[in-house]
Design a protein around this ligand. Structure first.
Ligand code: PLP
Length: 455
């Protein structure tokens, strides 16, 4: 494996995480790159976690780590929330897979309906990827049209039609990807974010079946989309008779209990949900207008049924966890705490970066925080501020992988795990966690500086 860390950092990292180093060697023998998710790849090796509770996880060497991955966004309530643990423990002894309808799936659906305004009817699936796949298929069945419009830099899972244009570069117009056919690509229309005129031109020219977008902008707000644009999108799609799909796999139950649609006062035709939906267990859901969802019914107005099996759909363990989690979400407290701490982290980091005179800046909305390294431009004047005038090319760019790996490792040395350059807070984090994190980032900056990786 090529050496990415400088010698002092690499030595300190190996000394702190010897158990993880050993497991990583074995992991590489069974998994490509040693990992089961691209995002968990880390050089020289990832940290192996044994247990987790609240805002912390504990690795195989007994180190305590403040977590900002939070189950890839699924743990708004924190790790092993007591209500979720109790619900799953109770259910696991009753039935893990009846291979039949069960009452908990109805309880789960009622929780979703109570919170998500667009959820007239729904179908449970197993992931966000499956939910967006289903949304496209239904859109095609009911409109008889083929094309799908998405935005550059929006991620909707890894299936063929929506993974293109999820990552830069965006300015070449070439979204081809290894393993994806041109036939599939020809059905995709990609439009830059935050440009309603470009959307309208594309709607007229391509007459797509649907428009899909992430509720707060690409990669959960790396390039934010805000209320005016989203409401404009609603108006345009309604006028051109195109189905609007709001992908709330991350934003659902996080931005607000009712998701970004509640916050921005917009009702999409269909909504994709996952992550918090199932309280940290696998699960997803497509929810939407009853007439559209009827495409799943045996006798339906469209004269064509969408075939939809799926061994684990509505699994009772996920349903039990989901019911317990959504009851806590409904109180509004987890969102309130996570959003408040998101602001505290962003503010604390910007004060730190100014103090350390490092060319980094932090921005974000709700419970997210994003560090932009190698930043050139004016400093923030409010928490509402977006760097680089919200340019997709500047905000969603590839950052030097050597620096990115070194930053994560340096931060792990200080007992903090960031999602790359980004953090997701939960209702289980505390102000003390956030303040400790700011200190850990200060120390990481010192390490990177000492090793000549940043100025
Ligand atoms: C907005 C969005 N949509 C869809 C997905 C895919 O969800 P899953 O990983 O459950 O397939 C993700 C995953 O991070 C996501 O962030």
């Amino acid at each position: 494996m090529s050496q990415t860390l400088t010698r002092p950092l690499a030595t300190a990292y190996r000394e702190k995480f010897p158990g993880s180093a050993r497991l990583a060697e074995t992991g590489r023998q069974v998994f490509p790159d040693g990992v089961t998710h691209d995002g968990r790849f880390l050089k020289p090796f990832p940290v192996y976690i044994e247990t987790a509770a609240g805002s912390k996880k504990y690795d195989v060497d007994g180190n305590e780590i403040i977590d900002y991955w939070m189950g890839h966004g699924s743990l708004l309530l924190g790790h092993s929330h007591p209500a979720v643990v109790a619900a799953v423990q109770k259910q696991v002894a009753r039935a893990t897979h009846p291979g039949a309808c069960h009452e908990l799936e109805i309880d789960w659906a009622h929780r979703v309906q109570k919170l998500i305004r667009s959820a007239e009817k729904m179908r449970f699936v197993n992931s966000g990827t499956e939910a967006t796949l289903m949304a496209l298929r239904i859109s095609r069945i009911v409109t008889g049209r083929r094309k799908v419009l998405k935005f550059a830099g929006h991620f909707h899972g890894w299936h063929d039609l929506l993974i293109p244009a999820a990552d830069p570069p965006y300015d070449t117009g070439d979204y081809s990807m290894p393993g994806i056919t041109t036939g599939v690509l020809n059905d995709l229309v990609v439009v830059p974010p935050n440009d309603l005129a470009a959307v309208e031109r594309a709607l007229v020219e391509h007459q797509p079946a649907c428009v899909i977008f992430e509720g707060t902008g690409g990669h959960w707000g790396l390039v934010p989309m805000r209320g005016e644009f989203i409401r404009g999108l609603r108006e345009l799609t309604a006028r051109h008779n195109v189905i609007l799909i709001m992908d709330e796999v991350i934003t659902g139950f996080r931005v607000a209990p009712g998701g970004a649609q509640e916050y921005y006062d917009v009702t999409p035709d269909m909504t994709t949900l996952a992550k918090i939906l199932a309280g940290g267990l696998p699960g997803g859901c497509l929810a939407g207008r009853a007439d559209l969802m009827s495409a799943l019914e045996v006798d339906n107005r469209w004269g064509k049924k969408m075939k939809h099996p799926g061994t684990y759909n509505g699994n009772p363990l996920s349903a039990a966890a989901g019911v317990a989690a959504l009851d806590v979400v409904a109180t509004g407290e987890p969102c309130r705490i996570a959003n408040e701490l998101g602001r505290r982290l962003r503010t604390g980091l910007n004060e730190l970066f100014a103090h350390k005179q490092v060319d980094w800046v932090c921005f974000g909305e709700f419970s997210g925080a994003t560090i932009v390294p190698e930043y050139t431009g004016p400093r923030p004047d409010s928490d509402d501020w977006i760097p680089y005038g919200n340019s997709v090319e500047k905000l969603d760019r590839k950052i030097d992988p050597k620096l990115s790996h070194a930053f994560r490792c340096a931060l792990l040395l200080g007992g903090v795990d960031f999602f790359g350059w980004r953090a997701m807070l939960s209702g289980a984090h505390t102000a003390a966690d956030v303040d400790r994190t700011v200190v850990a980032i200060s120390e990481a900056i010192d390490l990177l500086r000492a090793d000549g990786l940043i100025r």
